[in-house]
Design a protein. Structure first.
Length: 342
């Protein structure tokens, strides 16, 4: 098969009820020059049977892991296999509009300095009915500089991941700094790394895909709230620290916000100290914040060491949140205009 223009990367786990409409929407694309790689992360349902008819189309590939490893590991497998100039990663339960690829490729072709194009979805429920009660939380400018996106992303992950089309060349520049062990926020780390490159982010306000919201989707999994709460404080800290060497601007942003990011992470770690994953997360945070310190200190000693900052930045966060129109997931005190109450 000749080298495709677009690689469609699909991590999937027990998604049999939704794979058919997704694959049909991919086959219906008005831009036909793509490869679609489905990575089955150890499903126990009949996903393999559902996908079989689509494998008659040579543009489709289906690979299955022997056991479930999580969405971050699935992304690693897929990103290592992509052959296109651009890539996207719709959810295995989403549906692409027929012109999704055509619109996205056209936007990136006319914005050679952009790393990605993204936009809002049409929200649907498990049966495919529209959910007009749901909407995106931010409306960024048509072209947003990487410098501005970096600041905004440290405050909140406002980019709808299934809507994105991204340059492969930029992705390969940042992949060595990306971690694939996140459970829920793997794309947020990647977006911050992209922003650190200084390339533009293009926003297309016209919805080009359907985002399915249902009780079995990853963002609604029950029993994982502690992991989510850990990651929404840890990801911006780690991402900003690992992005600092990508540009002078990224370095200045890290030096400006590192203490606030770390102090608020410590406060979250204390609240979740009894969760199994907290100890490893504390070590990761310290290695990012103070890599030259050597052996990691315990959470208790870090809380004592940084107590004044924890108190001060906690007050700054509380004041900032009162000015914003929803609860951001990252550093509220950045107070980016995208999230201010109107």
């Amino acid at each position: 098969m000749p080298k495709p223009t677009v690689s469609i990367l699909i991590p999937s786990y027990n998604s049999a009820p939704y794979l058919r409409p997704l694959c049909e929407s991919i086959q219906s694309q008005t831009f036909p020059d793509f490869e679609a790689i489905i990575w089955d992360d150890g499903s126990t349902d009949n996903s393999s049977e559902v996908i079989q008819p689509f494998l008659q189309d040579r543009r489709f590939q289906f690979l299955k892991a022997p056991r479930n490893q999580g969405v971050g590991k699935s992304w690693s497998e897929l990103l290592a296999r992509m052959q296109g100039d651009y890539w996207c990663a719709p959810g295995s339960d989403d549906v692409l509009h027929p012109d999704f690829l055509e619109r996205r490729v056209a936007r990136l072709s006319t914005h050679p300095t952009a790393v990605m194009v993204h936009g809002p979805p049409v929200f649907i429920d498990a049966e495919g009915r529209e959910r007009p009660d749901l909407s995106m939380v931010a409306n960024p400018p048509t072209v947003q500089s990487g410098q501005d996106a970096l600041i905004a992303l440290l405050q909140h992950n406002y980019i709808n991941q299934p809507s994105t089309l991204i340059r492969v060349s930029s992705t390969r520049r940042v992949l060595p700094r990306w971690r694939d062990d996140w459970k829920f926020a793997q794309e947020w780390h990647l977006w911050i790394l992209f922003a650190a490159l200084g390339q533009d982010f293009v926003h297309d306000p016209v919805p080009a895909h359907q985002y399915r919201v249902h009780e079995r989707s990853l963002t609604h999994l029950k029993g994982h709230d502690a992991v989510r709460r850990l990651e929404v404080r840890l990801v911006p800290l780690v991402a900003a620290g690992t992005a600092a060497d990508l540009s002078a601007h990224a370095r200045s942003v890290w030096l400006r916000w590192r203490r606030a990011l770390y102090a608020l992470w410590l406060r979250r770690a204390w609240v979740l100290r009894r969760h199994n994953g907290t100890k490893a997360a504390v070590r990761t945070a310290q290695e990012t914040f103070a890599p030259a310190r050597g052996r990691a200190a315990g959470l208790g000693s870090e809380l004592v060491r940084h107590a004044p900052e924890i108190l001060w930045f906690g007050m700054c966060e509380a004041r900032a949140r009162r000015r914003q129109r929803f609860g951001v997931s990252g550093l509220a005190q950045i107070d980016h205009q995208l999230f201010r109450a109107r």
